[in-house]
Design a binder for this molecule. Structure first.
Ligand code: NIG
Ligand code: FE
Length: 427
């Protein structure tokens, strides 16, 4: 038998996250985590096999007995440490050029998100710079952002295009994401978001037509030729951007080429995006600061996951999304950083902290939302998001005996994280 990749032993606690083997958790199940705790005699071990999958989790004594003659490429003594699954970031916009730090001062002085956008800033500013940037330039900044995410514990991330707004630049962005998959040891779920804004000089109906008749067919062709692997379709469904009907048409066109529906809805205005998304059987809807009660009910019924982005409401001083209401209604809640030039946050520990303090989630709920449920929001919860035999050996080893320090230590998480492990390899 080939050498196994990794043995981690003597840990104080291992937080598995899974609960009855479910692939997504809702309601009270998000409150209870399965944790293996050290006993008086024994700490906790995890074995990662030669392919990078979890082969065993258990008390040191049991694991030692089962794997008597095993050899390992690497062994980590985790005495005094705790282990959680690799974090999953359910929503990011990480491919772009052009610094928007100047807009922060405008927003602090009272300008709203749409005022900045309508004055030619916001997404338009980023589009202008991203169109001019070369693939290599975009790849360079994307790689460094992905590394910062990894170092903050994220091992699977959803990455969107959306700063091209024309076929050439959208494809350029998706190709940059494709190249990054081979360069950085983080897993990526790739999202086409050509309808992220209405391009300057165009109307929403013209842009809808361009996305459906020009952009999606070109992307589909590249997918069929295996030059691109795209997983999800996204639209910014918002007053003054794409309305509910246009959004629906675009999402359906994406679904027809095999993409999972995962879009921005009910962020700034209550326009019934959630109702439409649930009717379409969307896998996930993000933001939802302004979701209606009916929208929540329909999402619970359709099993559509709410991807909540605490950084957005925080930085734009928006209403907070009604997360407690969603949880009480049985909606599966996931978390994302929303990393973009508006919300410059690459850290899921900080996102979990904001979710707990501002959105009143418990720490257990926040961890489920930032692992298993975020993995489910991109259709990957059978391989990612919990520490179970057979799943990817992706985990974060914390230099604290209690895992909650990851959330509690505001801003200090880089000192709390001892190792990030991707498929059994220390990154
Ligand atoms: O999710 N709301 C739309 N999209 C992004 C913001 C993108 C930008 O401002 O560049 C979001 O917050
Ligand atoms: Fe977004």
């Amino acid at each position: 038998m080939a050498s196994r990749r990794l043995l981690v032993h003597s840990a104080t606690q291992v937080v598995q996250v899974v609960n009855n083997g479910e692939r997504v958790l809702t309601g009270p199940a998000m409150k209870k985590l399965e944790i293996i705790q050290r006993t008086n005699e024994d700490g906790v071990s995890i074995v990662i096999d030669s392919k990078g999958n979890i082969e065993a989790i258990g008390l040191d004594g049991e694991v030692k007995k089962t794997f008597k003659n095993a050899t390992y490429e690497k062994t980590i003594d985790a005495t005094g440490m705790s282990i959680i699954p690799g974090l999953v970031d359910g929503h990011t916009h990480p491919v772009w050029a052009g610094d928007r730090v100047h807009e922060f001062a405008m927003k602090l002085a009272g300008a709203t998100y749409m005022e900045v956008h309508e004055s030619g800033g916001g997404i338009h500013y980023t589009v202008e710079h991203t169109r001019k940037a070369t693939e290599d330039e975009l790849l360079h900044s994307l790689k460094s952002r992905l590394w910062r995410m990894l170092k903050s514990g994220t091992t699977l991330v959803e990455c969107k295009s959306g700063y091209g707004l024309n076929a050439d630049t959208e494809i350029k962005m998706l190709q940059v994401i494709e190249r990054a998959k081979r360069k950085v040891p983080i897993d990526i779920s790739s999202t086409y978001c050509g309808a992220h804004a209405v391009p300057k000089g165009s109307s929403a109906s013209e842009a809808t037509k361009d996305v459906i008749d020009v952009q999606i067919p070109r992307i589909h062709k590249l997918m069929q030729e295996e030059k691109l692997h795209v997983d999800n379709i996204d639209v910014f469904c918002e007053l003054g951007v794409f309305n509910v009907e246009q959004t629906k048409q675009i999402l359906e066109a994406g679904k027809n080429i095999g993409l999972q529906i995962n879009f921005h809805g009910d962020e700034l205005h209550p326009i019934k995006s959630a109702e439409m998304g649930a009717d379409l059987g969307a896998t996930a809807i993000s933001h939802l600061e302004e979701v209606s009660d009916l929208g929540i009910e329909k999402m619970a019924e359709s099993g559509t996951i709410a991807v909540i982005l605490p950084t957005t409401a925080y930085i734009l001083r928006l209403n907070n999304p009604p997360v407690r209401k969603m949880l009480a209604s049985g909606v599966a809640v996931a978390l994302g950083s929303d990393f973009n030039p508006n919300a410059y946050c690459l850290s899921m520990p900080l996102v979990m902290h904001l979710a707990c303090v501002n959105l009143h989630m418990t720490m257990n709920e926040a961890l489920v939302a930032a692992t298993l449920n975020a993995a489910a929001s991109v259709g990957k919860s059978s391989t990612h998001g919990s520490l179970e035999v057979g799943k990817y050996g992706d985990m974060v080893i914390l230099d604290e005996p209690k895992w909650e320090n990851m959330i509690y230590q505001l801003g200090g998480h880089n000192h709390v994280i001892k190792h990030v492990i991707k498929q059994g390899k220390v990154v």
